[in-house]
Design a protein around this ligand. Structure first.
Ligand code: MSP
Length: 517
């Protein structure tokens, strides 16, 4: 049985339309999924939508509709965008589905049975945007406004159910200290640790139904619903069909837990790195292996906003995909910024990167190689013979790519992974300049040398395209087809040098990445 690999994105709120931020995490998760599938792992990739809570109620009221209708409408936009971006998720969970709601109740009941939840009184400040209670001191420090959206905090006083977070926090600190892979990147891990060490309160995990009827009912108290974050975080586990509740989903995908990586944005780190693991510990469920928090995108130097006109919406993404291809968009997002750091979306830089690395880099290498094989060897890949010493650097760059690829992917270091590909492209272009095959072609006595040179180029391009597949599935497949190679081969074998058979028929190719003015 193959080793499993389970990757998740956050489940997106349906109070707003999808944008570049959502696409970013989903493209990253898709890239990991495609890479580990090709590396022979049994992959499960989950995304979905977060449909309960006050945000959705308010958004629906503003649009004169019901939360359910709003969710049904917005979810289509997410699904369509994922189809447009060639996302290969294995499941899509909506928190309003019975398979999820029933399991949330089951998990919460289990917490009640284990005495991990107790009834208490809450009096204090609430941030309705974040759906979070705020401590008196934090509220005061921020002039009783939300630290996130600046809206006034609301005073709440009510009976509620509390989870014993204080009991688990010290165990979590120990766990994070002993497991450097648990929260990444390391700066985020340090941030969580220092905040945890300042101390936590027990976590209020229910909301009064009178104030908020749109949620999963507490199994032990019909006057309350489950706090939306507990409801939402559980999706990573409930979607696998666990625990057994007597329906068709039971134990469906048990083998995928614990999850390999929860990809999230930095703003939702605390929920994932503190609340979620503490709840899991209280339930005696193994913790996810890694929580990776990426940075945020601004747009053209400013915070994205619809009123500023710099909002990278689905429509803008569609336009970019139309102009540059969806693969180029995927490439740009993962190449322009180190995963984990903030980045700025900038059309000029997009075009520059596209022209330099894709049009002049990968695309040009493919077309000059195929043109020369067409012209000098009738379109049939020549057999490598005579040793050409300069080819060693190309083979080395290919070996480096093969040897570092899995480590970079396991670390979500997409940019470094792509750099190793570009290094191979550059090494090959340099090799062509050094060996001048177009000059050798005029000299019949250099025929063997010319054959080795062009085989080396074609093999290098094949490997470039092979490793580009997880990020650029369409373009890589189109490029491989030009070389007479079918897409989808696993890295174990296809990553080795020399897999391109001599005699393969090269097709004439349209430029893979036409240059943009
Ligand atoms: N529903 C919660 C997540 C629950 S997961 C159990 C939520 N949803 S969200 O739709 O508001 O945000 C989803 C993700 O989008 C978050 O990871 C957030 O960081 C990300 N982004 C929102 N704007 C972003 C940018 N401008 N740039 C990058 N990512 C951003 O939070």
């Amino acid at each position: 049985m193959n080793e499993t690999y389970y990757v998740t994105t956050p489940i997106y709120y349906v109070n707003d339309v999808p944008h570049i931020g959502h696409s970013y995490t989903t493209i990253a998760a898709d890239t990991l999924s495609r890479f580990f599938r090709a590396a022979g792992r049994d992959v499960r990739f989950l995304t979905g939508t977060d449909e309960h809570g006050i945000k959705i109620v308010k958004a629906a009221a503003e649009k004169n509709t019901t939360p359910r209708e709003l969710a049904d409408e917005v979810v289509v936009g997410f699904r369509d965008l994922w189809a447009d971006l060639n996302i290969t998720n294995d499941d899509f969970i909506r928190t309003t589905e019975p398979r999820h709601e029933d399991r949330v109740q089951k998990l919460v009941q289990e917490l009640v049975d284990r005495d991990e939840i107790y009834e208490g009184e809450y009096a204090g400040w609430y941030d309705e945007g974040q759906e979070e209670y705020v401590t008196e001191s934090a509220a005061r420090d921020n002039k009783y406004k939300s630290g996130i959206n600046g809206q006034p905090l609301v005073k709440y006083q009510e009976k509620n159910w509390f989870f014993r977070l204080t009991k688990w926090a010290p165990k979590l600190i120990e766990y994070i200290e002993a497991n450097p892979e648990f929260v990444k990147p390391v700066s985020r891990r340090n941030e969580v640790l220092s905040k945890l060490k300042l101390g936590v309160d027990d976590l209020c995990i229910s909301r009064n139904k009178e104030k908020l009827p749109w949620g999963v009912e507490m199994p032990n108290d019909p006057t309350h619903v489950v706090y939306v974050w507990i409801d939402a975080l559980s999706n990573y586990y409930t979607s696998l069909g666990l625990p057994e509740i007597g329906d068709e989903w039971d134990s469906r995908s048990e083998k995928y837990w614990p999850c390999d990586v929860h990809l999230i944005g930095k703003d939702i780190l605390w929920f994932h790195a503190v609340y979620w693991p503490c709840v899991l510990m209280a339930l005696d469920i193994p913790l996810p292996k890694t929580i990776f928090a990426h940075g945020w995108w601004t747009s053209e130097g400013k915070k994205m906003s619809k009123s500023l006109g710099n909002f990278v919406s689905r429509e803008v993404i569609a336009e970019l995909c139309e102009e540059y291809s969806r693969d180029a968009f995927r490439y740009y997002l993962l190449r322009a910024v180190n995963f984990g750091q903030d980045g700025d979306f900038c059309r000029d830089l997009f075009k520059q990167l596209y022209n330099s690395e894709l049009a002049n880099g990968v695309g040009n290498l493919l077309s000059r190689t195929t043109k020369m094989i067409g012209k000098y060897f009738d379109g049939s890949v020549p057999q490598a013979g005579t040793d050409v010493p300069e080819a060693a650097a190309v083979r080395e760059a290919a070996a480096t790519l093969r040897d570092t690829a899995a480590g970079f992917m396991a670390d979500c270091a997409f940019n470094k992974y792509l750099q190793a590909i570009i290094d191979l492209v550059n090494a090959t272009n340099l090799f062509i300049e050094q060996t001048e095959p177009f000059r050798l072609a005029k000299d019949e006595s250099q025929r063997d040398r010319l054959a080795t040179i062009l085989y080396t180029c074609a093999e290098a391009v094949r490997i470039v395209l092979l490793y580009l597949q997880p990020i650029m599935p369409d373009k890589a497949a189109a490029g491989l087809a030009v070389l007479g190679v079918s897409a989808g081969a696993g890295f174990a074998e296809a990553g080795q040098w020399g897999q391109l058979p001599a005699g393969a028929n090269i097709q004439t190719a349209q430029p893979l990445f036409p240059r943009k003015q």
